[in-house]
Design a protein around this ligand. Structure first.
Ligand code: PLP
Length: 316
């Protein structure tokens, strides 16, 4: 799993009694395929790219690695629904794809999520696991058996109904995001020193964020401060953010848990306080992400564009 993601990535791995192995990201802001291959051991089971902030990992390269070592490719597309890679929707390229519909996502149903797969066995396991391990055979819930232990990760029917209605709005949301994103990007690309996140060849973002780089960490910090002082909201500097980058995951680095973690997990965890993630740092330290809102009026987009340009130019 990547160093830049949401804490849910390692939570879900640890919940299974498996060991999360963190590897560097590159200028796609997602897993660096070379770092993935270097981290593979005889115990590796799965590669989990996380398509952060609207765009994807280099999925061809990751798929080739998974085929070479017989591993599962699980795409976390929670932050990029509607993005595509080589004509396929993100989440459908690997063996499994997962989505979140919490209240800040591109489409939301309040709370809830989904897993997609073409593999019948994975589908059956997901179906049973999210409902206490029940096999869902027959019409009498009390008569169902438990092929294995599961938990309650069920989405409620009310949330799911909202989710279905939201799905119908996805194309319109993506169109508006793309328009607003393009206006901002066209303006920022005129500033010397601003560059953009690399989108792998054949990929199309879902345009939920505009992610850009400043030349150095120091300038990125200054630009982030200037954006906020110029009244530009929803610009994130993930490098020091507690949710999305390893720097902020003190609880994982020190394995703080309310219960006992299995000794196999403890013994095989990386020493995350002393692992070299300087390649990730070199990218994240320079990254700023602007959320793209669909409720912005034309005037708001125009004002924001000017304010962003001025704020960034003032520190360069
Ligand atoms: C990349 C990523 N993965 C997983 C999740 C987990 O989603 P949920 O909180 O719906 O379980 C999120 C939610 O923010 C996310 O951003």
């Amino acid at each position: 799993m990547p160093t830049f993601t949401f804490v849910a990535s390692f939570e879900s791995i640890l919940a299974l009694g498996a060991v999360p192995i963190l590897v560097d990201i590159d200028d796609t802001l997602t897993l660096d395929p070379k770092a993935v291959e270097a981290a593979i051991t005889s115990k590796t089971k799965c590669v989990m790219p996380v398509h952060m902030c609207g765009s994807m990992a280099d999925l061809d390269a990751l798929k080739a690695i998974c085929e070479k070592y017989n591993l599962i490719l699980l795409e976390d597309a929670c932050q990029a629904p509607g993005g595509t890679y080589k004509g396929k929707p993100l989440g459908s390229y690997g063996h499994l794809g997962c989505f979140s519909f919490d209240y800040v996502k591109t489409i939301t149903c309040g709370e809830g999520g989904a897993v997609i797969t073409n593999n019948a066995e994975f589908a059956k396991h997901a179906d049973h696991y999210q409902d206490h391990g029940l096999d869902h055979v027959g019409k009498d819930r009390g008569a169902e058996s438990h092929p294995f232990m599961g938990y309650n990760f069920r989405i409620s029917e009310l949330n799911a109904a909202v989710g279905l209605a939201q799905l119908g709005k996805l194309d319109g949301i993506l169109r508006t995001q793309k328009e607003n994103y393009t206006t901002l990007r066209e303006a920022l690309k005129t500033i010397d020193g601003v560059t953009f996140r690399r989108v792998p060849e054949g990929g199309e973002e879902n345009y939920s964020f505009l992610n850009f780089f400043l030349p150095t960490e120091e300038l990125a910090k200054k630009a982030h401060k200037a954006l906020s002082e110029n009244g530009v909201d929803a610009c994130f500097y993930w490098y020091t953010n507690n949710w999305h980058y390893i720097n902020g995951w003190e609880h994982l680095r020190n394995l703080k848990s309310l219960g006992n973690l299995p000794s196999e997990v403890k013994n095989q965890m990386q020493d995350l306080n002393n692992t070299d993630f300087s390649k990730s740092d070199a990218v994240m330290g320079r990254t700023i992400s602007s959320l793209i809102k669909i409720g912005w009026s034309e005037k708001q987009v125009k004002d924001r564009t000017e304010a962003m340009k001025n704020a960034i130019a003032s520190v360069l």
